[in-house]
Design a protein around this ligand. Sequence first.
Ligand code: SF4
Length: 361
Amino acid sequence: MRDLLDRAASGERLGRDQALTLFQEADLLDLAAAADAVRWRLHPAPRVTYVVDRNINYTNICQSGCLFCAFYKKPGDPAGYVLSWEELDQKIEQTVALGGRQVLLQGGLNPELDLGFYRELLQRITARHSIHVHGFSPPEIVWLAGRTGCSVERVLRELVAAGLGSIPGGGAEILVDEVRRKISPEKCTAAEWLAVMRLAHFSGLRTTATMMFGHVERDEHRVEHLIKIRELQDETNGFTAFIPWTFQPENTRLAASKATAVEYLRTLTLCRLVLDNVPHIQASWVTQGAKIAQAALAFGADDLGSTMIEENVVAAAGVSFRLSEADLIHLIESAGLMARRRDCFYNLLLDRPAAAGQGGG
Ligand code: SF4
């Protein structure tokens, strides 16, 4: 085990079996030390980055009905919505006023919306606001392609022409179809998710990747997920960051107990050690809260993600951690590290951090 840990810490590529052995058998603090060594080799500056942005969910109507999702409403449900252009403008103006340079646009698979809606949405945003649009995870793009009869390539081309700047790595859950069939049978397959990302990367878009774990998957599925991301990254080098987060069971149709903080941190180290070619690993304060997110900075994470001026999806599952930009800075600095704002591509921004009290609300 010591030899394997040393090899992992020194950057030697882990195979499936080695990764699984480490994950299942190594001591948690030994894993943390190995992941932390990798983190410092990749990012020698004592710096933790974050981005000021807002999640805008343009619709909650979705016909996919994933069992783990507490956010969606079925078509026809009176609580379903599509944001009006005025609401959208207001949200973006508020984001810009708080120093935000990007918005994350994501929504349900709404049968009422066609490619024209998406084009107009992007064109309106880019015509009226100076803001980067990080939007539409692979399931939305696969859905849109199926609905319009266009290829994924064509949909991507149209979205980019209308103003799309990059793609979030949502909807990955676990990239193993045996798992996907149990938790999201109507959503795109693992191969389709990867194919969208491959096409996006080859067309010049940068993306993130995520993993939602702690439900019906087994340890080997987590490893398999990471290996698939690593293989695609070897091909394209298009992933900027990886964001693992835990399934939040409340208000969902999936019976599973919530993963513990130890389970989260152990998985985070696995991500840092296996994904030797993905530059950044984000801690998920939205699902873990401030204290575990701060601990995550010693378990391989080098980024705290977004201030999330607005977040609806995890909140729908009864989790309501909120942190302002000042809170994020305090979290980073009280861990003895330097906080820096960044953009979507991990370029450091020079603007001064916002005053205490701004951000998350
Ligand atoms: S996770 Fe996304 S695709 Fe699945 S039900 Fe929720 S909104 Fe729909």
